[in-house]
Design a protein around this ligand. Structure first.
Ligand code: FMN
Length: 357
């Protein structure tokens, strides 16, 4: 049963689920699988060393899906920043009309993309930044709660508050990002006013995600407590999988008397993080994961995952409606349900979950 939200209508997708940009993960294999399954797959521009490589990746993805897919362009502070304008030019020249933007000072790139009529999903972690992006003319906000993987921002507001603030104060549609893995989450996001969800960590743990099987298994093993925040001291707070390298980095960050970033830089190097996805050693370097890691119990195909999310969301929404009855029709006694968690069918599927106790 197709969904009908502002997101599905505008992007021409069946299920309101977006696969967020992911450095070293967002290649054509994953993006095309998500789009083929009825969601929106997204290529990550900066996984490609040059704009011309991005052009090839876009063309490769086109051979793998006939459905719409997008490109993520993340603008991060760097001593020598990539040529963002050139990446945006390739996106436009290749006829991509859905772009996920994220990061600092996105104004010039958004202007360039909007001039070419691209639909922009802009990701941000505060309502203030969301409102600035609205003024830049973006089409959707992707509201990333504190639970999310990667750059969580500095305000530490989780999605229960952030999404309702978005509903109360934004003049354009938004999607919910951070902490989503299942259809119950999608139903909750829709109830809070979002038009769909964006997922990162959950999509890393699918058959088509082009990362080492051992990392997917590490995600299945992990719990919601297995992430760590680093780089707060430099106001660039990032949520990563809590391995030994991250714990060492946090120790230096907390104890350094100089406060020099150079001391922690070798620990948080993206180069070693990239190797993790290739060699399967979860402790080789730092890598990104969100608290939702605790809700991930299997490694499905994208098609299985998105079909399941669709089914669960429909069931959850129908169930919510059935909780409302006409006045006078409330059953006299609910004794048959005492002691049973009637609102938790998932418990039967996943058993006691991941408890290591
Ligand atoms: C491995 C990984 C790499 C990521 N890289 C990027 C990136 O380059 N740009 C970006 O905008 N977001 C990036 N993200 C964030 C995701 O797009 C998404 O916003 C986030 O994962 C949502 O939280 P969730 O993991 O709880 O679903 C990354 C996430 C992961 C898990």
């Amino acid at each position: 049963m197709p969904f009908n939200t502002a997101l599905t209508r505008r992007l021409g997708i069946k299920v309101p689920v977006v696969q967020g940009g992911m450095q070293w993960v967002g290649y054509a294999e994953l993006a095309s699988a998500v789009s083929n399954a009825g969601g929106l797959g997204i290529l990550t521009a900066l996984t490609q060393p040059t704009p011309e490589d991005l052009r090839k990746e876009i063309r490769r993805c086109r051979t793998m899906t006939k459905n719409p897919f997008g490109v993520n362009l993340t603008l991060l502070p760097a001593l020598v920043p990539p040529d963002y304008g050139a990446y945006a030019r390739v996106i436009i020249e290749e006829g991509i009309n859905i772009v996920e933007t994220a990061g600092n000072s996105p104004g010039p790139v958004i202007k360039q993309l909007k001039a070419a009529n691209c639909i922009i999903l802009h990701k941000c972690t505060t309502i203030r930044h969301a409102q600035s992006a609205v003024k830049l003319g973006v089409d959707f906000l992707s509201i990333d709660g504190f639970e999310c993987a990667g750059h969580v921002g500095e305000s530490d507001i989780t999605n229960f508050i952030l999404l309702s603030r978005a509903r109360q104060s934004l003049s354009i549609p938004f999607i919910a990002s951070g902490g989503f893995a299942d259809g119950q989450g999608l139903a909750a996001a829709l109830s809070l006013g979002a038009e769909g969800i964006n997922m990162g960590t959950r999509f890393m743990c699918t058959v088509e995600a082009p990362i080492h099987q051992k990392i997917k298994e590490a995600i299945v093993q992990a719990q919601e407590t297995d992430t760590e925040l680093v780089l707060r001291r430099w106001r660039n707070t990032t949520r990563l999988f809590a391995n030994k390298v991250v714990k060492d980095a946090v120790k230096i960050e907390k104890e350094s008397t100089t406060g020099k970033f150079e001391e922690v830089a070798p620990y948080v190097s993206g180069k070693r993080g990239r190797q993790v996805f290739l060699n399967g050693d979860k402790d080789f370097g730092v890598w990104t994961a969100g608290q939702v890691i605790g809700l991930i119990h299997d490694i499905p195909t994208c098609d299985e995952l998105i079909s399941r999310i669709e089914r669960e969301a429909i069931e959850a929404l129908q169930k919510s409606t059935s909780l409302i009855v006409e006045e006078g029709q409330v059953p006299a006694s609910a004794s048959g349900t005492v002691g049973k968690n009637t609102n938790n069918p998932g418990a039967e599927v996943w058993g006691v979950g991941k408890s290591k106790l």
